[in-house]
Design a protein around this ligand. Sequence first.
Ligand code: GLN
Length: 469
Amino acid sequence: LRNVVSRHGRYTRAYSHGAASNAFITQHTAELDGISTQAVRGPLEGRKIAVKDNICTAGYDTTCASSTLAGFRSPLDSTVVRLLREAGALIQGKTNMDEFGMGSHSINSAHGPVVNQGGDGKLYSAGGSSGGSAMAVTTDQSWAALGTDTGGSIRLPAAFTGTFGFKPSYGLISRNGVVAYANSLDTVGILANSTHKIQQTFSAISKFDHKDPTSVTPSTRKNILKVTPNLRMLGRPLRIGIPGEYNIEELDQDVRHAWVELLETLQDHNISISAVSIPSTKYALSTYYVLAPAEASSNLARYDGIRYGTRPEGSDMNAGTLFSRTRDISFGEEVKRRILLGTYTLSSEAMDNYFMQSQRVRRLVQRDFNRVFQTRNVLEEGSVGTEDGVDLLLCPTAPCSAPELAAVEAQTPVEGYTTDVFTVPASLAGLPAISIPLKQRDSKSSIGMQLIGQYGTDSLVLEASGLLE
Ligand code: GLN
């Protein structure tokens, strides 16, 4: 474990895991009374909700688990935190994560890794990057937790810790006050140990916000209500599609088994199951790993020691030296790698081959999804939906169950990226998706299965998740 810690380089505080999962970076203290424990009447009254450390929360530091933001405190709440407080929730603390959301195991943190101790005493990955939020929920410290999901960061931790993790349709929850990783992909979502809690939280925070230019407008929200069905309105058995492209060779036997077993159970319950094809799936992962770092490299330019970021000692520096020293001392390895990758794919000699090409593939992924769903895509003019299309897709959240921390630490970066192979397609298309935990017989571990819906069918996704629970 010490190796895991030292790989990141610089830590702002000594890390000791003890009994703890290292889920929180900051926890509520008496000093914060008044800010976060005022009793407000509302649907979430008295509910303890943990907030990922990349979501601005007045009274708390917001560090994105990066040394560069050590001690940074936003004077304002993000819109989503304000809505939680207005609904009566108690903000319980800020959760540990991969630095700026970059990672799949919550080990790239300036505060040391999140630890997911199994029933067998071994240390497993909590998934990432919202691993702290997932552990806060699975250890019952929190009633629910906010996470962010750019390419799987809510769903993967949910799958690895046996919790429910919901990524809504892009734009439904405001990103105002949420530190940007890759704007066109970033979503805020919810982790909890039941679908019902997610539904309650979601209805409190899924609101139009004029402070977020990508927030779904009231008129589109109305349209969504008109166009998207709920289970009762369907008036026929739910249709679930199984995308053949997700049945990859690298899929763990246990995961494949759990998938097949679940499908058999669903068939017994009058749910119609059919095979569908999303041919572009195989390009989704590489597309994501071009687009996300490209957007990140641009977003992270603000951590230059002047606008934001920990400034190095000494005053005898020109601007160039100041920028590079700031970044050198306060970004972790993975963040530096992403900046280099993004800067390269946006450079004039590589732009056409990488960035532009990836934007095209992203459109293909979106088109493939539109072709399999019965419901039309409300964001696309002229989209009509596919008459005999499915309502939802069902596939594993990850190709494996939670790996041991030591194994993850030994992975190359690219091996790490492959964990996201099943979560990035829904992110590229902006679709709602939930990871549902399936308890494994004869074992304490669980495997995550993912339900994906057409854009805007968030309620249906949640309703169906409740059925599977
Ligand atoms: N693992 C992916 C990445 O590192 C997804 C992270 C996320 O969703 N924030 O980019």
